[in-house]
Design a protein around this ligand. Structure first.
Ligand SMILES: NC(=O)c1ccc[n+]([C@@H]2O[C@H](COP(=O)([O-])OP(=O)(O)OC[C@H]3O[C@@H](n4cnc5c(N)ncnc54)[C@H](OP(=O)(O)O)[C@@H]3O)[C@@H](O)[C@H]2O)c1
Length: 350
């Protein structure tokens, strides 16, 4: 099994390299800048791993960089600007593909643009193989098995505590700031729509006795969940307190002055919580909660396992949601030894 990592020189890319090395999977370091790839290879201790440089604007070079690999893990964000080119080249090279994107409109575009191309090439593409979209999409599938047909799914991202965001994540936020401020797409009655007001103004989060104010937020699982669940409405929310932070100006100079991402201690203090509230059309309700440490380390574990499974236990070709590509319970249980807890609880019917 041979996996290429595009954007291998970045913060997330190096965590993915480390996870591939831990799992003893042959790795190709790919990226636009040869010197940065060399630095990454020596930082991670991979002197013998192949390095292949290719700019995202050069289709032929990208295809050559991926040729002979079984899968590509794309960590080169912001994805809105360069992601499509990498997906196109991975498909052309006959590679399965996952990426670490969280950009909702980009994820929708990958489904809209590449489904037929991936099917024809016999490869599987799973965008947003990250700490949020994968566990939430898989839990949604399990919840729906209990409640289908489903009236509504609300997915709430609690602001990550401890550690900070990486420079790459901040660049992705800046690149998509208008969509974030507008609340992103919500799914209603068979299609995705912008500008849908938040379906809740406050949510009682796990471990809290009082409800926390929330606002609409563009999460990728709003795009993936309706692909495998019969559901009328899906919307993403986050804590309203994030709204104030979004008004703080973030220039490229400010971002450059920050550390590449949280260091080992910062990652260990990170704690994420994603909450999924589902309501059946009969009023029955259930809640899924996933919690864990270290968003970037967890994303590396998920992206590597996601790519490995596409190779070892092939899913159908095409662009797939996580729950279409992976067995929900088995994948969630695989994450437990990595510090991820997931639970599903019934809630009082409405
Ligand atoms: N839950 C989530 O949503 C989630 C979780 C984890 C990560 N992520 C996403 O993962 C992405 C990576 O983050 P990061 O912290 O690793 O960023 P980073 O440290 O800035 O690294 C970005 C990498 O992508 C490469 N790159 C950037 N733009 C490129 C372009 N136009 N063409 C070719 N290569 C390009 C960079 O190459 P150079 O080294 O040559 O500059 C670098 O290797 C971000 O978009 C982040 O939001 C999302």
């Amino acid at each position: 099994m041979k996996i290429a990592v595009y954007g291998a020189s970045g913060y997330q890319g190096k965590l993915v390299l480390t996870e591939l090395a831990r799992r003893d999977i042959e790795t190709v370091l790919a990226g636009r800048n040869r010197a940065r790839l060399e630095e990454a290879a020596s930082a991670i201790g991979l002197p013998d791993a192949e390095r292949r440089s290719a700019d995202a604007s050069d289709h032929e070079a990208l295809v050559s960089a991926f040729r002979g690999c079984d899968a590509v893990i794309n960590c080169a964000g912001p994805f809105t600007s360069s992601g499509e080119a990498v997906v196109r080249a991975a498909i052309a090279a006959g590679c399965h593909y996952v990426d670490t994107s969280g950009e909702q409109l980009y994820v929708k575009k990958i489904f809209d643009t590449f489904t037929t191309e991936a099917e024809n090439a016999g490869v599987t593409v799973v965008p947003a193989a990250n700490d949020g979209c994968v566990p939430v999409d898989l839990m949604a599938h399990i919840l729906a098995d209990r409640l289908e047909p489903v009236e509504e799914i609300i997915t709430t991202h609690v602001v990550v505590g401890g550690g900070g965001m990486s420079r790459g994540s901040l660049r992705s936020v800046v690149e998509t700031i208008d969509a974030i401020k507008a609340g992103g797409l919500a799914y209603t009655d068979g299609d995705w729509h912008p500008g849908v007001p938040a379906r809740r103004t406050a949510i009682t989060l796990p471990g809290q006795s009082e409800a926390t104010p929330v606002m609409a937020f563009p999460v990728p699982e709003v795009v993936t969940i309706p692909r495998h669940i019969r559901v009328r409405r899906v919307q993403g929310l986050t804590e309203a307190a994030l709204g104030d932070r979004l008004n703080t100006p973030l220039t490229p100079e400010i971002i450059e002055s920050l550390p590449e991402g949280p260091d080992g201690d910062g990652r260990r203090t990170q704690h994420f919580t994603y909450v999924l509230d589902a309501t059946g059309i009969d009023g029955r309700r259930a809640r899924g909660i996933v919690q864990g440490p270290d968003t970037y380390g967890t994303t590396a574990v998920i992206a590597v396992e996601g790519a490995r499974r596409l190779i070892a236990e092939p899913a159908k070709p095409g662009v797939l949601a996580p729950a279409q590509a992976y067995p929900s319970t088995a994948f969630l249980d695989f994450l437990v030894p990595h510090g991820i807890q997931w639970i599903i609880e019934d809630a009082p019917a409405t």
